[in-house]
Design a protein around this ligand. Sequence first.
Ligand code: HEC
Ligand code: HEC
Length: 306
Amino acid sequence: MRLKIGNRCYAHAATSKKIKSATLASRSAVVALLLLSVAFGPAQADDRQLQRGNYLVNGVVACGNCHTPKGPNGHPIQDLELSGGVVIEEPGFRAVAPNITPDSETGIGRWTDEQIVNAIRNGKRPDGTTIGPPMPVGFYRNMSDTDVLAIVAYLRSVKPISHQVEKSTFKIPLPDSYGPTLPHIADVSPDDKLSYGKYLAEIGHCMGCHTPMTKGQLDTTRLGAGGRELPAFPAGVVTSANLTPANPGGIATWTDAQVKDAITGGVRPDGRQLVLLMPFDWYKHITPSDLDALVGFLRTLKPAQP
Ligand code: HEC
Ligand code: HEC
């Protein structure tokens, strides 16, 4: 049982430990132990949680697109995973993504699970200060308990890196709160393809880049209409695509396979390579069924102009 994503490999540690310590026992005892650990073992549950967290962070959620330093080619430096320092400049702010590795001095190693969940879903640090943009808190507010805890488990599993990061500066006011704390958020069933696709697009904050702004707020009446000028890497700006059917050459005229190639590989049907801002290095790990759900959701966008 292995899951390999982004150079990480999780062997079924608990099970292999059991096999080693059971070498003196009879073969049938080993089989019984294995069956037991597969069916009931708490290690199995933890493993599944870690795998889910690994899948989300290295896939559609792509925390590393902001929190992991990138090399000169614009691709993430895996050895520096989630250690922060990435500067994101927009007219209203100069944001510096913090170190979110488990380093206890410079990262979030001393934060409790609850405090990390509160940072992700409510945009609040343990000292009560508000986390500013472009951390997409608004899109994380409805992340299910299962998924946010899986992400916390994954964050705790990455290599702690000592990296003191400078503070962000904001010219725009930050909200006191992003809304009330929701005590419990249920899972969205993957069997409900459309709702699940919408959920994935939300925790992947696709619409955070692909929706126009009016007076500093995302204009949700024009969801997916694009037209946003975003800072490209290493310099310049790139305009986010209009994903709605109002775009004459847009995805409404592409096959599902073509849309998936754009999301996971950054290539358009006309062969043009999309600018590396959308996190293709992470999206390439999205499973085929999750891609189906995402594309299904994109197909529901209403025509709108940027
Ligand atoms: C679009 C960029 C972006 C994405 C994606 C993003 N973050 Fe952030 N995050 C930031 C920035 C920038 C800050 C700091 C904002 C500030 O200084 O107020 C931040 C702050 C944080 C903090 C507070 C840390 C501290 O020491 O203050 C945590 C925790 C965090 N992010 C976790 C995550 C996790 C987990 C994910 C994925 C689920 C994620 N972020 C996705 C940009 C991002
Ligand atoms: C960090 C910002 C950002 C995020 C997050 C993002 N995108 Fe994009 N996306 C862009 C930009 C910018 C372009 C246009 C790039 C170019 O033209 O070279 C683009 C292009 C696309 C295209 C190609 C469309 C066309 O007509 O060329 C598709 C499809 C797409 N995005 C879907 C998605 C989906 C689905 C998600 C979420 C899973 C997502 N994007 C998340 C910024 C983003």
